[in-house]
Design a protein around this ligand. Sequence first.
Ligand code: HEM
Length: 445
Amino acid sequence: MAEARVPSPFLGLGHLLRLRGDQLAFYADMQSRHGDAVPLRLGPYRSWLLFHPDAIEGVLATRAAAFIRFEPVMQVLAQWNGASLLVSEGERWRARRRQVLPAFAQRRLPGYGDRIVARTLAWLDALEAAPGDAPLLDTDREMAALTLDLAADTLFGERLGDRAGAIGEAVATLSEVAFRESTAPLRLPDWLPTPLARRKRRAVGAMDALVRGIVTARLARPEDDRGDLLSILAEGGAADPVAVRDEVMTLLIAGHETTGALLSWTLDLLARHGAVLAAVRAEIGLAAGSRAPRADDLRAMPLLRAVIEEALRLYPPAYALFPRRATEDVTVGGVALRRGDLAVVVPWVTQRDPRWFDEPTAFRPGRFLADSGWPRYAYVPFGAGPRVCVGAAFGMLEAGLVLATLLQRVTPTSVSDAPAVPEARFSLRPRGGLPQRWHIRSADG
Ligand code: HEM
């Protein structure tokens, strides 16, 4: 890998502000101007943008033990995730991860699958009961609401019902706060009476009340295995309520926005690629006919899986991974980092690099049906190595079953010729939402 040219000895506040303005363009521009390893100076830190798969492999996998997640960003997340798996390091992280993993075991997936399909069918029934045969919806908003409903059901067997609006709003606020605080040059103290601080306090209060109430009730009856994630976390009755609360909160927030964004992007791509949509539908028809799909049907839907994987390549919800800090001098992919340096991996750029992906901006799900011709670490929508997404299989199951269920009964169509514009928030979202018309299919459609 070529030695990086150092763009400037000091790149400070200006870069931080550009990062906040248009992160996606900023990262792509840095790679095209300076190559695969770009050192920036952000405040007191030397921060490396690492775009090459070899360096990514080093940071995430082979030399992962030489990095921890950058503390200021983790402190932002810890405000509502507590000391959960997401923000912990070392022995505490290992213990938390061991505790959470059984909830995602392969044998648990069919049960979650049935719940996912049942809730998606209920959502479709409500849509079909609405007046008009092709309602205009903001698909991004709808998918956020649906995945929140699914998260509440699969995590703790709850129907949010009329609490859904308030909880959806609280999660959206926390996500926005996380984005702003983790990219802000300076964090304002919470006691300043800014409107955002007020919304944040309300959101933390609403989430805390919801999750604490549910967790306390369940821990009081640990024998009550309802087949949801919380039952597994609570197993044995010895669970520490604060730890369980932190994990549930984390899974609720980490799992719902990312999967919602993935569904939105996939539906936008399908609405714009009629031939792929028709082929996916034919595949769903062969695998499940008109009955409700099940988790094991997904094995017979390789094209649907490839469509989702291609959507994750083009529009990775985690467009940039959490920054890491080197805890020792370490060389990754030929780049020498000093102790204290930050490392930033940007799937948005690497997954669109023409060296690894032919016609990188084209939607070509077929590339995931053939043998992948790209280096393994050129495609990391779920991260990789020891801190790979703990919910990856669950997220793929959820996306597959929601899409299979929806596409049996509705056809989303774009209302604008221009593709949705990706915007870097906490996840990658369509700027201004994703307006689509949802045509209800006739039985023979
Ligand atoms: C399409 C959906 C999803 C995407 C794209 C996604 C992406 C990611 C990525 C990239 C990471 C690693 C971040 C890093 O290394 O900096 C991660 C970690 C994590 N994800 Fe996901 N995720 C998804 C769904 C889920 C779901 C459904 C859950 C839980 C129900 C979940 C829970 C977590 C947790 C707890 C971590 C932290 C793991 C650790 O630090 O050990 N994610 N996710």
